[in-house]
Design a protein around this ligand. Structure first.
Ligand code: NI
Length: 135
């Protein structure tokens, strides 16, 4: 019997979407407002879901305090109030779309979780647009 537990987190970050292999016109056509050379911000809402068996000793799938601290130390401290393109190693040469951010977050968290647990990342870039990644 597997149960999913989730923790909501949040960070604000700036980005610019562009492909350096393309012309300015092509980037404008594909990425529109998100191609603004002066960057722009989003309020990212992150949901980290962990699925696994209930530990009979604790009644927990995972201690939520541990998950909360892991997300803060690994994700929020790294990305909150940062310009993703210019201030993070992860997006120096990776387009910081919601899709790529979700994959990067998954890859940062995965090594810290017990391998018996399944991980799923849900990332809202706007209240209406979100992406999901589970490896
Ligand atoms: Ni954007």
């Amino acid at each position: 019997m597997k149960v999913t537990v989730s923790r909501k987190a949040h960070f604000n970050a700036a980005h610019r979407l562009f492909n350096p292999a393309w012309s300015a016109d092509k980037n404008e056509e594909v990425f529109g407002k998100c191609n603004n050379p002066e960057f722009h911000g989003h309020n990212y809402e992150l949901i980290v879901s962990v699925k696994g068996e209930i530990d009979s000793r604790t009644g927990y799938v995972m201690d939520m305090k541990v998950l909360k601290d892991l997300i803060k130390d690994t994700i929020e401290d790294r990305f909150d109030h940062k310009n993703l393109n210019t201030q993070t190693e992860e997006f120096k040469s990776l387009n910081p779309t919601a899709e790529n951010i979700a994959v990067v977050i998954f890859d940062l968290l995965r090594p810290h979780l017990n391998e018996t647990l399944d991980l799923k990342i849900t990332l809202y870039e706007t209240p209406r647009n979100y992406v999901e990644y589970e490896g």
